[in-house]
Write a protein that binds this ligand. Sequence first.
Ligand SMILES: Cc1cc2nc3c(=O)[nH]c(=O)nc-3n(C[C@H](O)[C@H](O)[C@H](O)COP(=O)(O)O)c2cc1C
Length: 343
Amino acid sequence: MELRQSLGVELPVIQAPMAGAQLGAMTIAVCQAGGLGSLPCAMLDATAIRREIGAIRAVIGSRSFNLNFFCHRPPVPDAAREAAWRKALAPYYDEFGLDISAVPALPSRYPFDATSAELIEELRPQVVSFHYGLPDVPLLERVHATGARVLASATTLDEALWLERRGVAAVIAQGLEAGGHRGHFLVDDLSLQSGTFALVPQLVRALRTPVIAAGGIADRAGVEAALRLGAAMVQVGTAYMCCPEATTSAIHRQALLSEAARHTALTRLITGRPARGIVNRLMREVDDAVAPEFPLATAALAPLRAAAEARGSGDFSPLWSGQNASGCRAVGAAEMTRALAGA
Ligand SMILES: Cc1cc2nc3c(=O)[nH]c(=O)nc-3n(C[C@H](O)[C@H](O)[C@H](O)COP(=O)(O)O)c2cc1C
């Protein structure tokens, strides 16, 4: 069956789930325009997920939407790494007059677990997507048993084949251009990863499973090119970040719409896992290797981020962006979806 039909959407556009940059308002607008809207759950607890889905369903009724989760292993606390991290950040704490000993080391991103599986059984989204691999088999079986179509990100051919063996409905080919976190899960070596134009055709040739292209797609021509390469659909993130429905901060929006967005890089400094964002002072001055395991880096950064943002600066903020921010516009997410699809 054609992928769009099996996911229950008209247009070939999936709005990328973007934890920290959107809630259900974005999902609603994209679904109403005929695309597949997504709700990222990595930074939401069960109460917030129920609330957002209630709001989504109140407007879109029985239309399909995508519920997205991270599948990382919870971090192993490591006092020595945390101490090295705080030492690297100490000069900035001094600069802002902050107390580094007062930072609580709380995790900030939740992995898919038994509670998440219960939520899927209760809320029954038509589509569930995963970043960083898949949940363990018993949990994945529970998701499949609800009838949900399962999508997952791959950054290499090996990862795509691994996902296909586990029965996903489609593989999201995440090229290196993509904004936000890299979705790799088999190996950490970033030199194995390639750009969208290189990745998509290789996956299309090797898989029986449909491929969704993600990374650097920002306008209708990009969507058409991805479909010509054999992708069944596209997943677009960065282009949606300046839509009014996004929760992107004013500082971040300004950076996305400025020349600064021409320089992005992969960094582990913000969360502990490689992610692409606009280069800022933190990325220029601190050694990437010093960040603790994902997602522990966020805790000690939070006070610095808040202090800098209070002064109107994104020096310590996650300024997530893909390499192609040229599609960012302050237009509604429904209009963005139709423009991407040429509808
Ligand atoms: C701000 C931001 C947050 C993201 N958060 C998630 C997430 O929560 N889950 C996920 O599967 N992918 C996430 N991604 C990655 C997207 O799924 C997708 O791979 C990427 O946006 C595609 O590249 P583009 O940004 O160039 O369009 C995020 C991307 C951005 C820009």
